[in-house]
Design a protein around this ligand. Structure first.
Ligand SMILES: [Zn+2]
Length: 143
């Protein structure tokens, strides 16, 4: 069933808040966070809901203008796999690399690069520096 009409077009809100225009500004904002090894998400001050897919409104209560936040960097590995085939020639030079689904402390599930020794159920944290200009989860150091 077509979903036409269910999604509002991105407004100029992002242009006012972030600069640039609409979707490009959103993409630039998220890409800048990723390139710095961080994960950006949106928080609704009305209902407290967090969302990872950027919108110009809260998908739970429809309040406009959710604020941008950065994840604290702690999460639990849901799944992790090592890639031996690359989707592009650029990524071929990086083989093998691991990708993980991570439930972060902010209640969101994200995909990121990860240490290949991580397993489902492990607690992980974002490395201070990105790897290949993307967020990278590494094992928590046990003290
Ligand atoms: Zn809300």
């Amino acid at each position: 069933m077509p979903m036409a009409g269910c999604f509002r077009p991105m407004s100029d809100w992002f242009s006012k808040r972030i600069g640039g225009d609409g979707m490009k500004a959103i993409g630039d904002y998220i890409a800048a966070a990723y390139a710095a090894g961080r994960i950006a998400y949106q928080h609704c001050s009305g209902c407290g809901q967090n969302q990872i897919f950027a919108r110009d409104f809260c998908v739970t209560c429809l309040r406009p203008e959710p604020e941008w936040r950065e994840a604290g960097g702690i999460g639990r590995i849901v799944a992790c796999t090592t890639m031996h085939r690359a989707p592009t020639s650029e990524w071929k030079a990086r083989l093998p690399y691991a990708i993980a689904l991570v439930d972060i402390a902010e209640g969101l599930r994200v995909m990121a690069l990860a240490d290949s020794n991580l397993c489902a159920g492990d607690t992980a944290r974002l490395r201070d520096q990105p790897v290949h200009d993307l967020p990278y989860f590494e094992p928590m150091v046990k003290i």
